[in-house]
Design a protein around this ligand. Structure first.
Ligand code: BGC
Ligand code: NOJ
Length: 822
């Protein structure tokens, strides 16, 4: 049998994915940075950096959807005689004698070898620093002395990538740099190139690119360095081995250091490059007319200008990740499951928390800020790791809400303000605030968050308690019911492409923001109905917990009414309907010509357990298996739309099998899996889960899925697609948090609750004994589960040697040992 091509493999011990062939089927990227300064880096060192906001503070330039793909990044050119090569293969693409890229937890190490020289670069953003470190180690593995010419390269972005890509009549004249190659009093040794475009006017920030050794030349003007008719693959200065010492005035400023390196046989040398970002106070911007104040840059450089300092910062970063990943650990003996739960799923959750849906190789970082619903869902993926940041995130999100409970669909991370370009009107959005907040309180026991004063639309003076925000969130649903007493959908619910109040034949109109016919709409959503029941029940429990019994009773009534409405008007016989359209006609019904069944309402209504007693849940789950499931997971709808239905908006604009039109939209598979879990169908839950678990289908990723094999992607082309199984939109997807929530709480069954940890696994019959170590608030729990071939149902729990009643291990500090028998 033909051996399948592989581009890499997991290294669990180091928590790395090791790429051994640079020609991956798609750039396989990693994220650097944990709080303020962020970078994207591909396996060939492509990508870009920004401070907090990929739109408003872009530091380096990137050209999207380039030819070739992924051109532009932080490049080191090594000229060894007539051979010019890069450690990450690109951009020169000189064949290497050895190549390896190791993507780890917030760092990437790329190593290349050519003609007896090894170049290894460690890229990372140190904790709490506004800078990317690039530690380059050059080693002479040959028997001769090597004289190398080393050129670094970064291209500056003019801060806002949107205008940077379009406003050339201005941009080509504004670029400015400063160059520091000699050591002045107070300046660190080495050489620094400062990027200060627009600093003379309203900006109070600049960036710099430093190296910790003296240089023999530099370049800061792109065309002078590259040559107008050349490419990154063959810059004039590099090919000739002669820097031009250019000083950029306008056009496209870059930063390139030129260093001559001699290495005796066996000798190796480290070079620390630092890409940094600085903000100055308004009255301290300059040290002389038009000369930037470099004090803070010098200070930052001096913290990271030796191998020792950098190694220490790297050790701190690793310790940080050790601590985060020690909070929840599973040992099942199944490497494929353990590595996803213990490493990659949790890592992806942190990345989606940091980036929401803003910057990836599929998201430009220009169009979208943080999503309201997205951020609330992402929160569930990392709240156990850094609860204080989850708390802050909840307050930030709630602060963009409107007084009627509606909310901005997105907000910008830099300003934390709602995004006016998209506005509000997505009627599922408010419910997610309850989803996020409840998860936070259960994890931390911190009810005080409910008393935080939180404004509307960021307007000072409008503050009410967070609890009030939760209340108006659900009221927003109650106040916007349609003719069947089901929630009105607004511009869309979770499915951004089911736009039932936008009828347009005009290709210049946006599906999402044009609401040309919402007046008198009958468009209702069963997905919101299920979401309302799930979050409404959570809210009722919360109200009881804090003694608001009247409010609990009020909401219980609304929840009960919604359940009745779904049973009466939301059931199609074998599955839940998806929606009613503008005219009140069914969507997602057997009566429909296409798209007879949708996944979202099956997921949410089974999670809400609506009609379980009448067999509705079981039938719905069976229908998912029958109509939605395929080799790669469950598709969003079936059959796919082959015709464009203009009163449905964007959904049927997609060719069949892609995106919201019948792809495996991974995000919503977990909803059905949780439904299966609640119903106790462990075999089914597991088989659905394994189909979209990256490590289980790693082989497929190598050629078919194409995207990064270590994380989930947003969509895998469905069974009706031209190329079923092809993955797209990797990394930034709510799938991360949902996969985590599903496996940690519903499959492995370790569920934080107000008073302790609830144990309620749902497993395949084949599951063996496993242990979860879980830190919970100030306590440590070692929990061993003995499934005994059972899919569901805990028989007994022994806590520190004594049996307990029920399935909740009451919270108490200390280290506890728990034995669970099913
Ligand atoms: C995509 C959705 C996305 C929306 C907003 C649509 O084109 O299909 O997945 O949420 O745009 O960016
Ligand atoms: C991606 C968006 O970020 C998310 O909010 C939405 O729910 C899905 N697409 C489905 O349309």
């Amino acid at each position: 049998m033909e051996q399948q091509k592989r581009y890499g493999h997991f290294d669990d011990e180091h928590r790395e994915y090791v790429i051994t062939d640079p020609k991956t089927p798609w750039p396989w990227i990693n994220y650097l940075g944990n709080e303020d300064f962020f970078s994207l880096i591909s396996n060939t060192a492509g990508g870009y950096s920004f401070y907090k906001d990929a739109k408003f503070r872009r530091i380096t330039r990137y050209r999207y959807n380039n030819v070739p793909m992924d051109n532009g990044g932080r490049y080191f050119y090594i000229k060894d005689g007539d051979t010019v090569w890069n450690p990450g293969w690109k951009p020169c693409k000189t064949p290497l004698d050895f190549y390896e890229c190791r993507h780890g937890m917030s760092y990437t190490r790329i190593t290349g070898k050519k003609n007896g020289v090894e170049a290894s670069v460690l890229f990372f953003v140190p904790l709490k620093k506004w800078a990317e470190v690039q530690k380059l180690t050059l080693k002479n593995e040959s028997a001769e002395t090597k004289s190398l010419k080393l050129f670094s390269f970064e291209e500056w972005g003019l801060w806002n990538p949107a205008t940077d890509m379009e406003n050339f009549q201005r941009n080509f004249s504004t670029g400015e740099v400063e160059i520091e190659t000699t050591v002045h009093e107070g300046s660190p040794s080495g050489a620094t190139i400062y990027h200060k475009t627009e600093y003379r006017e309203r900006r109070n920030h600049y960036a710099f690119y430093h190296v910790n050794v003296p240089v023999q030349g530099y370049d800061t003007d792109r065309e002078t360095f590259v040559g107008l008719y050349n490419e990154f693959a063959n810059p004039d200065a590099v090919m000739e081995g002669k820097p031009r010492n250019s000083h950029a005035h306008g056009w496209s400023p870059i930063a390139s250091h030129y260093i001559e390196v001699t290495l005796a046989p066996g000798e190796s040398k480290d070079f620390v490059f630092l890409l940094g970002y600085i903000e100055n106070e308004q009255d301290k911007k300059f040290e002389a007319p038009q000369v930037i104040n470099k004090e803070k840059a010098h200070a930052l450089i001096s913290e990271l200008d030796t191998t020792e300092k950098v190694d220490k910062a790297f050790a701190e970063l690793n310790a940080y990740w050790d601590a985060l990943l020690n909070i929840y650990k599973v040992k099942t003996g199944n490497d494929k499951l353990d590595r996803m739960v213990n490493i990659w799923n949790q890592y992806q959750c942190m990345v989606t928390f940091n980036f929401s849906r803003s910057a990836s190789f599929f998201e430009s970082g220009v169009g979208r800020g943080m999503g309201f619903r997205d951020s609330n869902q992402d929160l569930v993926g990392f709240v156990h790791q850094i609860p204080p940041r989850a708390r802050q995130r909840i307050i930030d999100i709630a602060s963009t809400q409107f007084p009627d409970g509606g909310c901005y669909h997105q907000y910008q991370p830099l300003t934390k303000r709602g995004n006016n370009d998209i506005g509000g009107g997505f009627n599922d959005d408010p419910c997610w605030l309850i989803f996020g907040t409840v998860a936070y309180i259960k994890e931390t026991g911190d009810f005080s968050i409910l008393d935080e004063m939180v404004p509307f639309d960021n307007q000072p003076g409008t503050e009410v308690t967070l609890f009030e925000h939760l209340k108006i969130s659900l009221n927003h649903v109650i106040n916007n019911l349609g003719p069947h007493m089901l929630p009105l959908i607004g511009r869309a619910d979770w499915n951004d492409c089911l736009n039932l109040n936008c009828f347009s034949w005009d290709p210049n109109e946006s599906f999402q923001t044009t609401e040309n016919v919402s007046e008198g709409t009958k468009a209702e959503s069963l997905m919101i109905a299920g979401l309302f029941v799930v979050t409404g029940k959570e809210y009722v429990t919360l109200c009881e917990k804090i003694g608001k019994h009247d409010e609990a009773a009020r909401m219980q009534k609304a929840v009960d009414a919604m359940i009745e409405a779904v049973k009466k008007h939301g059931w199609d016989g074998e599955w839940y309907l998806r929606a009613y359209d503008f005219y009140g006609r069914k969507i997602g019904s057997n009566e429909c010509e296409e798209a007879k069944i949708f996944i979202e309402s099956q997921g949410w209504c089974t999670m809400a357990e609506i009609g379980a007693e009448d067999g509705m849940v079981a039938k719905s789950l069976d229908s998912c298996k029958k109509y939605l499931e395929c080799e790669h997971g469950m598709v969003l709808n079936n059959p796919a739309f082959t015709k464009y239905i203009y009163e449905y908006g964007e959904i049927s604009s997609y060719p069949e099998g892609y995106k919201e039109n019948a792809s495996i939209f991974c995000h919503n598979n977990p909803w059905v899996i949780i439904g299966e879990g609640l119903a106790g169908r462990g075999n089914d839950a597991w088989s659905h889960y394994a189909k979209i678990l990256p490590s289980y289908v790693e082989e497929k990723y190598q050629t078919l899925h194409k995207v990064e094999p270590y994380v989930n992607c947003q969509m895998v082309a469905g069974k009706d697609a031209f190329r079923p199984g092809e993955g797209k939109n990797s990394w930034l997807t709510g799938t991360a948090a949902w996969m985590w929530y599903t496996v940690s709480e519903f499959i492995l069954g370790i569920k934080p609750d107000y008073d302790g940890i609830r144990i309620d696994p749902c497993l395949p019959e084949t599951a063996g004994d496993y242990t979860v170590t879980r830190r919970f608030r100030d306590a440590e729990y070692d929990i061993t589960i003995h499934p005994n071939g059972q899919q569901k149902g805990v028989k007994s729990i022994v806590l520190d040697g004594s049996p307990i009643e029920g399935t909740v291990i009451p919270y108490s500090t200390g280290h506890h040992h728990i034995e669970v028998t099913m």
